[in-house]
Ligand binder design. Structure first.
Ligand code: ADP
Length: 268
């Protein structure tokens, strides 16, 4: 609470009263604190790859590395860290655009089964590289209203996490189900991304949608993660009047469940 005391002068010689103004500034302060925490986090996240790029470039420039193999491995690190910086900046801009609601959604009907199929096929090369089985189970013809680019990003992020956090020879499956009365119009769809990966410890589950939150920083960093993917996903799903939740058993796998409102359904 902020307190302002303003003396009231009736004439020029004496104070004849006071106005006391009480301002509840909790919400403003909270926002300010969140903003400055975000800036601190961003700076920290940017500093790490910049330090690596700078350090390895300095070593190469000093001329102290003579063999080609070491030179190439240092250049590879510089390249990878620049890529990470690029992704990080892209994700930060994306998040700030979504949060400030500067960009309206471009809504159009989307036929979910063929849309999800195209997303799965985009991710197949990445899954193949890790010998991960990638499947889609979408038995029904369901339409939703949404922004195709934004929703593509949602499911790419979820699938790519599934692939990233699942060891070789595991599986990632996307399942589309409709919710509600099977005789009538369905009003929601449920899209689950199920992996057989490393899972998420129970204590971390409530926090993984937070910006920059990672269960294992080293692992996320080495797989190129920015720690922003899931917070972007959550924002985008909520912009579509949907919700997202996660179920996971540490060491056994994770399931991310997105629920979205349905536009129409056809059953024949
Ligand atoms: P990152 O870029 O680090 O993957 P995200 O916001 O996408 O960031 O995810 C946040 C954290 O949640 C990850 O660092 C990881 O620890 C955990 N996580 C996300 N998806 C999975 C998954 N499918 N399996 C296990 N852990 C996951």
């Amino acid at each position: 609470i902020e307190l302002h005391i303003i003396p009231l002068k009736m004439d020029s010689l004496s104070n004849s009263g006071l106005i006391i103004v009480l301002h509840d500034i909790t919400a403003i302060r909270k926002l300010e604190r969140m903003r400055s925490e975000f800036v601190a986090n961003v700076s920290h996240e940017l500093k790490t790859p910049i330090a690596a790029v700078k350090g390895f470039a300095e070593t190469l420039l000093s001329g102290s590395v003579s063999d080609e193999k070491t030179t190439r491995s240092f250049l590879q690190i510089i390249y990878d860290e620049s890529e990470r910086l690029n992704r990080l900046i892209g994700d930060i801009l994306e998040l700030s655009k979504i949060e400030s609601k500067r960009e309206p959604l471009h809504l159009a009907p989307i036929q979910l089964d063929s849309f999800l199929n195209s997303v799965v096929e985009m991710m197949r090369p990445e899954a193949d590289r890790k010998k991960i089985t990638l499947e889609l189970e979408a038995p029904e013809d369901v339409y939703i209203e949404g922004d195709e680019d934004k929703l593509r990003q949602v499911f790419i992020n979820l699938l790519s996490n599934g692939i990233n956090y699942t060891p070789e020879n595991g599986s990632v499956k996307m399942v589309l189900q409709t919710l509600g009365d099977p005789e009538g119009e369905y009003d929601r769809v449920m899209i689950s991304v199920i992996d057989t990966g490393i899972g998420i410890p129970k204590k971390d589950l409530p926090r993984i949608f937070e910006r920059f939150y990672r269960v294992d920083k080293a692992r996320s960093r080495s797989s190129g993660g920015t720690g922003l993917g899931l917070s972007i996903v959550k924002h985008l799903v909520e912009l579509h009047q949907g919700s997202i939740r996660v179920e996971s058993r540490h060491g056994l796998g994770s399931t991310f469940i997105v629920e979205l409102p349905v536009l129409h359904t056809w059953n024949d």
